[in-house]
Design a binder for this molecule. Structure first.
Ligand SMILES: Cc1cc2nc3c(=O)[nH]c(=O)nc-3n(C[C@H](O)[C@H](O)[C@H](O)COP(=O)(O)OP(=O)(O)OC[C@H]3O[C@@H](n4cnc5c(N)ncnc54)[C@H](O)[C@@H]3O)c2cc1C
Length: 463
C-alpha cells in the first residue's frame, strides 16, 4: 500500500504531525513507523526491579510518543527555548504554532495555568542577581504536565489518532530511504532481521536524538545535505530542594545562560526537575547518559537539573558526535556501564567520591544506577572547568548551590550534532523527504519538535 505521508519515528514530532495530517485531511493515509513499542507496551523493567537490565531497545527512549512520553514534560511557550527552527521560518510562525500546540494539549486534558507569566518580588530578586553576575535569565512561560500527566495525555491523543485511522507499525528500525533521482519514494526498515519497504512520496523523518547518529550516516551515504552542529556535554546535578526553593516555587525552572570567564564557552541550565528523580538512559551498551524527571504525585526531596556546555568545533574537526560518544564510553569503561557520580566537595578537593564520602552528605541520590568516582578522569578539562565556573556563579544566585551537597552525575549529553539542511517547509535537499524534531538538529524540546512536525505536514498537504 502507498501512504500519503509516512512518519519515520513516532515521537513528539511524529505524533503531532500525524494529528495535524488527519485533522487537515481526514481521508489521508497516514503511517507512523517506530523502532520501539506502542505507548501502553512501553514498560521499563526498572520500575519493578529498581535497576536497569539494559534491554536491547530501551522503553524509556524508544517507542511511540518518543522521549517526551517519559519526560517531565515542561512545555515552553516561546520560540527562544527548545530549538532554533525560528532561524529558518521566523519567530512569529514558531510562536503561533506553539500556541496552536498548546490548544491541542488543552483539547486532550491539560488544564493548569502556565508558570512564569507574572513576576513577584522573589522573581525580581533572582533576576537582579542574574544581572549582577553576568547570567542571562531566559524567562518564558511554561506548562508543566509531569511524567505521569504527560503519559495520560499522550494516551488519549494516540487513541484519537487510532480511531481516526492513523496506522502505527512498531518495532521497525530505520534502515535507509529509497531515493531515486533526488526524490524519496519509500523507506526501508528492519523487523526481526527482515527488511521491509513502505512506500510514500512524503516522508517525515523524526527519529529524535536517539536516531541522530544513524541519520547522519544515512545523510552521508545518500548525499542528503547537512552540516555539523554543536554538541552539549555536561553534568546533571542533584541538590536538596531547600537550596532551590526560591527558584522552584516561583519559576519552577529558571533557564540560565552563562559565558564562562576563561574559555568564553556557553553554559546553560536545562530541564530542571524540582522534587524529581535522576534517570540513567541507556543509548547503547556502553553509552549511559544522565537525565532527570519529576512526577506529578511521586516526589523526592531533591531537585535535579542539567548544566550543559555547548561546544561547536572548527575546521578540520568534523566528528562532534563521535567525540561526545567517546566521552560517554570512557565513563562507562570506568563505571562498568553506570553513571558516574561525584560530590562537588570531592571534585574541588581533587579526590574521587566513594560510597562512604557520599554517605556523609545531606543529599541522598535518587537513583542506584551510579558508581561513585572521579569525573576528572572522564571529562575533558575545558568542559569540567566550565562546569565548575558555572556552579560557582549559580551559587551567587542560589546560595548553597556550590556546597559539598551538590551531586554531579556524569555525563549528560545532548546529541544534536547534525543539522540537516531544510527549507521553510522542513523539506531536505531530497524532494519529499522532510526532517523534524531533535534529529533534524533544529529541535531540543517538545515544543519545537511538535511545531516542526506540524509545519512539515502543512506544507505536504498544501502541495
Ligand atoms: C528524560 C527526558 C526528559 C526531557 N524533558 C523535557 C522537558 O521537560 N521539556 C521538553 O521540552 N523536552 C524534554 N525532553 C526532550 C524532549 O523529550 C524531546 O525534545 C522531544 O521528545 C523530541 O521529539 P522528537 O519527535 O524529535 O524525538 P523523540 O520524541 O525522541 O522521538 C523519536 C522517535 O523515533 C524513534 N526512533 C529512534 N531511532 C529510530 C530508528 N532508528 N528507527 C525507527 N524509529 C526510531 C523512537 O523510538 C522515538 O519514538 C526530555 C527528554 C528526555 C529524554
Amino acid at each position: 500500500m502507498k501512504y500519503d505521508i509516512i512518519f519515520m519515528g513516532g515521537g513528539q514530532a511524529g505524533v503531532f504531525g500525524a494529528y495535524e495530517a488527519i485533522k487537515l485531511n481526514p481521508k489521508a493515509k497516514i503511517l507512523v513507523l517506530d523502532k520501539g513499542k506502542m505507548l501502553k507496551q512501553r514498560v521499563c523493567p526498572k520500575e519493578k526491579l529498581g535497576y536497569c537490565v539494559k534491554c536491547p531497545t530501551c522503553a524509556i527512549i524508544y517507542g511511540v510518543s518518543g522521549a517526551g512520553a517519559f519526560s517531565d514534560s515542561k512545555f515552553n511557550m516561546d520560540y527562544r527555548v527548545g530549538g532554533d527552527v525560528h532561524t529558518v521560518v521566523g519567530k512569529n510562525l514558531v510562536n503561533e504554532t506553539i500556541n496552536y500546540v498548546v490548544d491541542i494539549y488543552k483539547e486532550f486534558g491539560f488544564s493548569e495555568k502556565p508558570t512564569g507569566l507574572v513576576y513577584n518580588v522573589k522573581m525580581e530578586e533572582i533576576k537582579k542577581r542574574c544581572i549582577e553576575n553576568g547570567v542571562q535569565l531566559v524567562d518564558t512561560p511554561t506548562m508543566h504536565l509531569g511524567t505521569d500527566g504527560s503519559r495520560e495525555l499522550y494516551g488519549r491523543l494516540l487513541e484519537t489518532l487510532l480511531e481516526k485511522g492513523v496506522e502505527f507499525i512498531t518495532e521497525r528500525t530505520l534502515e535507509n530511504f529509497v531515493i531515486e533521482n533526488g526524490r524519496v519514494n519509500g523507506v526501508k526498515v528492519k523487523y526481526k532481521n527482515q527488511e521491509e519497504i513502505y512506500s510514500s512520496e512524503n516522508i517525515v523523518v523524526a527519529i529524535g536524538r536517539s536516531g541522530a547518529k544513524q541519520l547522519k550516516d544515512i545523510c552521508m551515504e545518500q548525499e542528503i545535505k547537512f552540516e555539523n552542529g554543536a554538541i552539549d556535554v555536561g553534568v546533571r546535578v542533584e541538590v536538596p530542594d531547600i537550596i532551590m526553593k526560591d527558584i522552584n516555587e516561583n519559576f519552577y525552572e529558571a533557564k540560565m545562560i552563562y559565558y564562562t570567564p576563561i574559555y568564553k564557552d556557553k553554559m546553560r541550565t536545562f530541564c530542571s526537575n524540582p522534587s524529581g528523580f535522576i534517570a540513567a538512559e541507556k543509548h547503547d551498551d556502553d553509552v549511559i547518559l544522565a537525565n532527570g524527571h519529576s512526577y506529578k504525585d511521586k516526589k523526592s526531596t531533591n531537585t535535579n537539573l542539567a548544566l550543559l556546555c555547548t561546544k561547536t568545533f572548527t575546521y578540520p574537526f568534523n566528528q562532534p558526535f563521535e567525540y561526545a560518544t567517546s566521552i560517554a564510553k570512557m565513563t562507562s569503561m570506568l563505571t562498568g556501564g553506570k553513571l558516574m557520580v561525584q560530590s562537588y566537595g570531592d571534585l574541588k578537593a581533587g579526590q574521587r567520591s566513594t560510597d562512604q564520602t557520599l554517605s556523609r552528605l545531606n543529599v541522598v541520590p535518587t537513583t542506584d544506577d551510579y558508581v561513585a568516582g572521579d569525573i576528572a578522569l572522564a571529562c575533558p578539562k575545558r568542559i569540567l572547568d566550565n562546569i565548575m565556573q558555572f556552579i560557582e556563579v549559580h551559587d551567587k544566585i542560589t546560595p548553597g548551590f556550590a556546597s559539598s551537597d551538590l551531586l554531579l552525575y556524569f555525563p549528560e549529553i545532548k546529541f544534536r550534532s547534525t543539522r540537516i539542511e531544510i527549507d521553510k517547509n522542513m523539506e531536505t535537499s531530497v524532494k519529499g523527504l522532510y526532517a523534524a524534531g531533535d534529529g533534524s538538529g533544529y529541535g531540543s524540546g517538545l515544543n519545537i519538535a511538535a511545531v516542526m512536525g506540524i509545519l512539515a505536514v502543512r506544507s505536504i498537504l498544501k502541495k
